[in-house]
Design a protein around this ligand. Structure first.
Ligand SMILES: Cc1cc2nc3c(=O)[nH]c(=O)nc-3n(C[C@H](O)[C@H](O)[C@H](O)COP(=O)(O)OP(=O)(O)OC[C@H]3O[C@@H](n4cnc5c(N)ncnc54)[C@H](O)[C@@H]3O)c2cc1C
Length: 597
């Protein structure tokens, strides 16, 4: 199997040429984050990802994690060394707030850095992934004392973070959770309960683990309005922040699962564990959403990263593997490389178009996070918050669904050799599978997009996104070169806006209409957003070719892929429009008893 190579040329195209990263950071007052700095950080991290992290991926999958009889969880060989270097070289602290010892690079920097490290080894990166989201939550909602005590260690990566929401009977529906919190005499709380499926709940990479736990006080209001958030360390730190006594937090077991074998997914018991309230009593879900929204973008990135790695393997295989004669095969004696067959090209181009479009969308959303947090102009902050709100479920839901398709296509390109373990490509499909499930299943992302974001804002967030796409279309309306993209994008935007209004009218009459339309609406919005991303890439590429750049082939390939996307993938949007307009009736008519006879 070929070694993972970070697609640096691709990253630079997206960051510098399409998203104009230097200008973006300058507008946030960060003149120091210039092209030179961005490139040198990308180059350095690429070396770390390729040389140190990527070699642990296959063995990590094969060996997995192991829980010892005394409740410790051991990561596979090589994980501790790679993690130590991750911390010592400052990668963990890259985007952490400078006030607490981080290097203070803007959040969006986490996009390309996170992507390359997840492509290198998703299970390994998960140990530090949720820490960044927990840091954001503590920074925003915890008391100054807690921030001073916990953030420096978490940001440096010497302590890691978890999110503890799920219980055996309470997954999507957190309102029925049973974990209890009771005030103690020291101004803190005692937490009792069992959480399941906790990523990195216990492991051997750090000296302490900080659990962000949702629990209910005995007299709390029923349902999700009675949930509070607590910070519960595995080991109680002393005033200087040295981890001391055990805090009644233990790992009862680790799950054996389809993928990410080297990521510890733990059943966690909290027995009279001391916890500190984060945010307001009964306001825990609101605080947890700070963490979850960050984590949802991060999960979208995980899906993207798995596609990229699988695509690299599939492409190398398609160039090497010889089977049959292809129409333009060149008349070699024997068989031609399978990359010459139209159907294999379809599979590769589908991956390429979805990955490159998905990358632009994901990084664009990351930049909205920077703006929402740091733009000096309040109106720009508000606009970025709105775009981030509507794009988060699209990145989480659409990009991770696309990762299931792309990693499966990578197996298909290999034929039977993709189904057996030897080529290693099946690992990416197994690892990617979870991204459509955790951090809120994709079904829940669809409800979030249509119900909370679009209908919940009275259509305002849809108009905001539509406005962005519409003004791009207007800017390029008179360009002959762009006509093949802009005409279709303008038409689809109109159809999407009309579909949004039609669902809003139907949902006002029948509550099932919203739930019935949600997944098709998510997919439709995803294809629309990727069309916009591909049109943006095409505009930049056409301009570069017009100027007469040296690496013309790169931009020609962009235009060719944009055409593939518009002609071969975008027609899927029509199918989602048709399904949407069919309404809820055919879904709801079948009585439950008639699903099987
Ligand atoms: C490997 C792994 C790691 C995880 N890591 C963590 C972690 O670190 N922390 C944590 O707290 N949890 C974690 N989880 C849990 C994960 O977030 C949940 O599995 C997920 O949120 C779904 O909950 P559930 O499994 O109980 O499914 P359920 O909620 O039972 O859902 C089952 C099905 O019903 C659908 N459904 C449920 N309710 C509705 C509704 N109202 N409308 C429409 N459809 C609905 C769902 O979309 C899904 O298809 C992890 C899970 C796994 C497998």
């Amino acid at each position: 199997m070929p070694q993972y190579k970070v697609p640096l040329r691709e990253f630079r195209f997206v960051l510098h040429e399409v998203l104009r990263a230097e200008q973006h950071y300058r507008e946030l007052g960060r003149d120091d984050v210039n092209t030179e700095l961005i490139d040198s950080v990308l180059d350095e991290c690429a070396r770390f990802a390729e040389d140190v992290v990527a070699p642990t991926n296959e063995s990590g999958d094969r060996i997995g994690v192991r829980r010892t009889d005394d409740g410790r969880v051991l990561t596979p060989p090589g994980f501790i060394e790679a993690y130590r270097q991750f911390v010592n070289d400052g990668w963990a602290a890259l985007c952490g707030p400078a006030e607490y010892g981080g290097q203070g690079l803007p959040e969006s920097f986490g996009g390309p850095i996170g992507e390359m490290l997840v492509s290198a080894n998703m299970a390994w990166k998960l140990y530090s992934g949720l820490t960044d989201s927990a840091v954001l939550c503590v920074e925003k909602h915890a008391s100054e004392d807690l921030r001073r005590l916990y953030l420096p260690k978490m940001i440096r990566g010497v302590w890691s973070g978890t999110m503890c929401l799920t219980e055996s009977h309470a997954g999507t529906d957190l309102g029925i959770m049973r974990t209890r919190a009771e005030p103690d005499s020291q101004g803190s709380y005692r937490i009792n309960g069992t959480k399941i499926f906790i990523t990195s709940g216990e492991h051997d990479l750090v000296e302490n683990i900080v659990h962000m736990v949702l629990a209910k006080l005995p007299d709390a209001p029923a349902g999700s309005r009675g949930i509070s958030l607590f910070l519960v360390p595995k080991l109680l730190p002393d005033a200087e922040g040295k981890p001391g006594a055990a805090n009644g937090v233990s790992c009862a077991s680790v799950e054996h699962k389809l993928g990410i074998h080297a990521s510890a997914t733990c059943v966690m018991n909290f027995e009279n564990s001391r916890g500190w309230l984060i945010g307001e009593l009964n306001g825990g879900l609101k605080c947890m959403f700070t963490m979850m929204n960050h984590a949802r973008l991060w999960v979208g990135l995980q899906g993207l990263a798995q596609c990229e790695r699988a695509y690299q393997v599939a492409l190398a295989y398609a160039r090497e593997r010889r089977q049959g004669r292809s129409p333009g095969g060149g008349g070699n004696a024997g068989a031609d490389p399978i990359i010459g067959h139209p159907d294999v090209r379809r599979m590769l181009l589908t991956q390429k178009a979805l990955i490159e479009g998905g990358r632009l969308l994901t990084y664009f959303a990351g930049m909205q996070m920077d703006k929402a947090l740091h733009d000096p102009d309040p109106a720009a902050r508000e606009q970025a918050e709105g775009l981030l709100a509507i794009l988060t479920p699209v990145v989480k839901g659409f990009v991770t669904d696309m990762s299931l398709e792309c990693t499966n296509l990578a197996i298909q390109v290999h034929g039977g050799h993709g189904y057996v373990r030897e080529t290693g490509v099946e690992q990416y499909a197994r690892d990617a599978r979870i991204t459509a499930i955790y951090e809120g299943t994709n079904g829940i992302q669809a409800l979030d997009l249509l119900g909370r974001k679009v209908l919940g804002s009275g259509g305002e967030l849809a108009r905001l996104l539509g406005g962005e796409i519409g003004s791009f279309c207007e800017r390029h309306a008179s360009s002959e070169v762009m006509a093949e993209f802009v005409t279709r994008l303008t038409g689809l935007l109109k159809e999407w806006s009309e579909a949004t209004e039609s669902i809003a009218r139907r949902a006002a009459r029948d509550p099932n209409e919203m739930g019935a339309a949600a997944m098709d609406y998510l997919q439709l919005t995803g294809y629309l957003c990727l069309a916009w991303c591909w049109a943006r890439s095409a505009a930049v590429s056409a301009a570069a070719l017009h100027k007469g750049v040296a690496d013309a082939d790169f931009y020609k390939a962009k235009l060719a892929t944009a055409r593939f996307y518009f002609t071969r993938l975008l027609p899927r949007a029509e199918a989602h429009l048709d399904a949407l307009s069919a309404g809820a009736k055919s879904l709801m008519d079948l009585p439950e008893g008639q699903f099987a006879f």
